[in-house]
Design a protein around this ligand. Structure first.
Ligand code: PEP
Length: 254
């Protein structure tokens, strides 16, 4: 299976700065990268249009992701952006349930679920984020916590709607902190999640990608990305630096 590397730019870069970064990343990618890895960039809403234009005009082998989507389709919801609006911008993926949205914008598992269903209706691939806090981990109940996030967040997902689903394990204590999870932590959770979702009607080996996110850098990428169960990474801070981001992509050797 092709690995996937997603750059989450978060609330950074104007559309012009985004274009520059896209061009630098594209210039540094090896010619055959797309044969073994899908490279995805997730800029702010304001940059989606410009980035998409460069990708399609220059025929780049880079996919586009949104960082969020509305749970509503249309109407009086000031400030929201719908799945259909993203689809019309040729957005391929969308991050949903990122811990920063759960924490700062009070997104519950139920809201995340509504967003997942809207994305699947629009044939946009959800990058579904889940992961425990430091407190959950220290209390030892992190697997139950994750089980609940997944069972609620992926409720009513129908097999006929799922072409692809990215499940991103992002322990909150590892995001933006420099505290990367150990490979044993990652394997334990991804194996647990694989069993959990394999019991669901929408599961098939080919359509579920299990990835890791949390302080991935050129120093730790090789060990993480060359572990069999890990299908890729969601990269925050290091994705804003083209050298670091491309080094992470290039560390994939299987
Ligand atoms: C993220 O925001 O999803 C993330 C993993 O960030 P960082 O790589 O900076 O920890």
């Amino acid at each position: 299976m092709k690995k996937i590397i997603i750059g989450n730019w978060k609330l950074n870069l104007t559309h012009l700065e985004g274009i520059q970064l896209l061009q630098k990343i594209n210039y540094s990618l090896q010619k055959d990268t797309e044969e073994y890895v899908e490279v995805v960039l997730a800029p702010s809403f304001t940059s989606l249009r410009s980035i998409q234009t460069v990708i399609s005009t220059d025929k780049l082998k880079i996919k586009l992701s949104s960082q969020d989507v509305s749970r509503y389709s249309e109407g009086a919801y000031t400030g929201e952006v719908s799945a259909n609006q993203l689809l019309k911008l040729s957005v391929d993926y969308c991050i949903v349930g990122h811990s920063e949205r759960r924490e700062y914008f009070h997104e519950t598992d139920e809201i995340v679920n509504e967003k997942v269903l809207k994305l699947l209706d629009s044939e946009i691939v959800p990058i579904f984020c889940f992961g425990e806090s430091l407190q959950n981990r220290e209390q030892g109940n992190y697997l139950d916590y994750i089980k609940n996030q997944i069972n609620t967040g992926l409720k009513n997902v129908r097999k006929d709607k799922v072409n692809k689903l990215v499940l991103a394990y992002e322990p909150i204590w590892a995001i933006g902190t420099g505290n990367v999870a150990t490979i044993d932590n990652i394997i334990e959770v991804l194996e647990y999640v694989k069993v959990l979702v394999s019991e669901k009607s929408f599961f098939s080996e080919e359509n579920i990608l299990l990835i890791y996110g949390g302080s991935v850098s050129p120093d730790n990428a090789s060990e993480i990305l060359n572990t069999k169960i890990v299908n890729g990474a969601l990269v925050g801070g290091a994705s804003l630096d083209s050298d670091k981001f491309v080094k992470i992509i290039n560390s994939i050797s299987i």
